[in-house]
Design a protein around this ligand. Structure first.
Ligand SMILES: [Ca+2]
Ligand SMILES: [Ca+2]
Ligand SMILES: [Ca+2]
Length: 154
């Protein structure tokens, strides 16, 4: 597990990783998350939190985090993705996709998921190929949010 309060969080590749932008657990009146960049390790299944793994107290202020996925990212999970909220001017989190050929939102295969089999779609999965995906927990309508994606040619 790697926890990094500020800046870029990166771990070695291989196996399974847990990346946390701010803290495993926060308590208190106003837990505040920083703006972090979390980079998925290649050929590795990363379980990522941009802010806090668990919150008691609050309400928390979430940071505007960037989750970065390159080629052969593995099967990664974003546990705490926050969409932009125009009403509060909250910018939200970003999913950055680094690729060797130009890509756009239209190239992405995004499907809603029912992760706990209760008949309600609760999450989304971006499937790059049979071995590489990003599951975005808690966001069933990711297909409606092209604005959260950044595409970078590497
Ligand atoms: Ca954060
Ligand atoms: Ca965040
Ligand atoms: Ca990965």
């Amino acid at each position: 597990m790697l926890i990094d309060g500020t800046g870029r969080t990166r771990v070695p590749s291989g196996g399974t990783n847990v990346l946390i932008g701010d803290a495993v657990q926060v308590t208190g009146q106003e837990p505040t998350g920083g703006n972090d960049t979390l980079i998925s390790a290649p050929h590795t299944n990363d379980s990522m939190w941009g802010d806090f793994q668990s919150v008691s107290g609050g309400p928390p202020h979430f940071g505007n985090d960037t989750f970065v996925f390159g080629p052969h990212n593995g099967n990664d999970i974003i546990n705490d993705f926050q969409l932009p909220d125009p009403q509060t001017s909250f910018a939200g989190d970003i999913i950055e996709i680094d690729s060797k050929k130009p890509m756009t939102f239209a190239d992405l295969n995004i499907q809603p998921l029912d992760t706990n089999n209760d008949g309600i779609l609760d999450s989304s999965v971006i499937q790059f190929d049979p071995h590489d995906s990003v599951t975005v927990l808690g966001i069933p309508n990711l297909t409606d949010h092209p604005e959260v994606f950044h595409f970078v040619l590497i």
